[in-house]
Design a protein around this ligand. Structure first.
Ligand code: GDP
Ligand code: MG
Length: 178
């Protein structure tokens, strides 16, 4: 199921999906390297990074992160990345209603073709751009709730809620009994 878990060391395959430009690569870079690069390059195909976090009771979670490209011409490749993933993070940009619609497409796709029991998170990124907001937090939250997803708004630019996102995912992972 994308995770080789013992009680203390959990390894988990996580895939990021969402429209091009919503900030997927910046979220990963912020989480893994603590950096924000405003000139970040467009992702070609997909890229891979990993990061380990420590939870309480000396439990560690190693995220193996597949950051996909959002462009249509790579859509056919997406199943290669989300198949076998234990966690899918679907990202939209709070300043783009269109990206929110695209996020809903990805959620349906995951429900149809993702691993059974896949943990899904819905992330509204660019929360620092409040004055340009097109998607209310309420709409994001209601959609997530309806679909059994964890919901959070983040900013890769200010780092707001980025670590929190991955910690909340880590807490929701199935554990083998210790
Ligand atoms: P991706 O195509 O989803 O991987 O998007 P990128 O991570 O490449 O980001 C696309 C653009 O959005 C870049 O110009 C980033 O600088 C910008 N960006 C990403 N995250 C944020 C954010 O949280 N706030 C703001 N203001 N800009 C962001
Ligand atoms: Mg990218």
């Amino acid at each position: 199921n994308g995770g080789a878990n013992d009680a203390k060391n959990i390894r988990i395959k996580l895939v990021l999906l969402g429209d091009s430009g919503v900030g997927k690569s910046c979220i990963v870079l912020r989480f893994v390297r603590g950096q924000f690069d405003p000139t970040s390059k467009v992702t070609i195909g997909a890229s891979f990074l990993s990061q380990t976090i420590a939870l309480q009771d000396s439990v560690t979670v190693k995220f193996e992160i597949w950051d996909t490209a959002g462009q249509e011409r790579y859509a056919a490749l997406a199943p290669l990345y989300y198949r076998g993933a234990a966690v899918a993070v679907v990202v939209y940009d709070i300043t783009s209603a269109e990206s929110f619609a695209k996020a809903q497409y990805w959620v349906k796709e995951l429900q149809k073709r993702g691993s059974s029991g896949i943990i899904m998170a819905l992330v509204g990124n660019k929360a620092d751009l409040q004055e340009k907001r097109e998607v209310s937090a309420k709409d994001g939250m209601e959609y997530a709730e309806k679909n059994g997803m964890f919901f959070i708004e983040t900013s890769a630019k200010t780092a707001d809620n980025i670590n929190h996102l991955f910690e909340e995912i880590a807490k929701r992972l199935p554990r083998s009994p210790s």
